[in-house]
Design a protein around this ligand. Sequence first.
Ligand code: AVJ
Length: 326
Amino acid sequence: MTTIGLPQLGSQVAEQMASAVSEGLLSRPMWLPSWLFYDAAGSQLFNQITELPEYYLTRTERAIFSEHSDEIVALAADGDALRIVELGAGSADKTRLLLTAAVDRQDTVTYEPVDVSPSALQEAQERIEREIPGVLVSPRVEDYTRGLELDAPTMGERRMVLYIGSSIGNFEPHEAQRLLHSVRSALVPSDSMLLGVDLAKDRASLLAAYDDAAGVTADFNLNLLARLNRELGADFDLTAFAHRAVWNAAQSRIEMHLVSRQRQRVKIPALDLKIDFVIGQTIHTENSYKYRPGQAEALLASAGFAHVATWTDEQKRFAVCLARAT
Ligand code: AVJ
């Protein structure tokens, strides 16, 4: 595991957090970036979200992998040995299905998770090496949103880059394109990319997935304020804000907001800020874009990837696209 540069990454995160929070809370309407959700508590809440009955995304994508992993791996490898790179270490629970399929095919596979969190990477490495013999985990501590660097492929080896779980949904269309472009730049022709996107569907299912009955998504959203309290000494009263999910059909995205329940003033000493809220004033905390059929393929094509295949579930809730670098 690489340790060089970690302290630097840590303070970079703190700096990015400070500047994003001041910028966002001084803007009108206010906003906070969704990457701030994922501190230890937020990551745990997100894992709980993935198990909620309303949150169909994770289980639908997992079902697609259960059914099609062998075919995905065979198409991506195309007769060569496959190396699997994943953007975001995640809980690697769905990735396991692809890794197992790769090991069945070629006995050993190198798995390279790329993440900013050394602890997430270490956890993924330990779990996967213990549970799937034949997988060699080679983690990379890197912020892939600022460009991706990969080692040159060896002879007879191809890379498949995974960007699954609808992670791309957090990006504006132009940012998503830029991200795929930077992935393409790190690859050579015949390498491939596997992209998992959530599909646009009826408003009720979407709203339920982002405003569940048990209130876990509300806690996830509010944890962002708790994090500002913990890390910046802010004095947000979590009971004075409500969670709100909105389906923005024109932009094809679910939005999450925090809504002030009262007039209030919040202090953030570390940023030397005092923010006043009126009743109903909102902080926009997340966009989760939902793709139309064919849209992911078009985005991949515009970034230099030729479509190979798309898999979806019976209800067309989620899509997984494989595309090859050209
Ligand atoms: C991790 C970005 C895929 O957009 O569905 C879950 C995050 N936000 N519930 C998503 C999230 C609220 C999730 N992604």
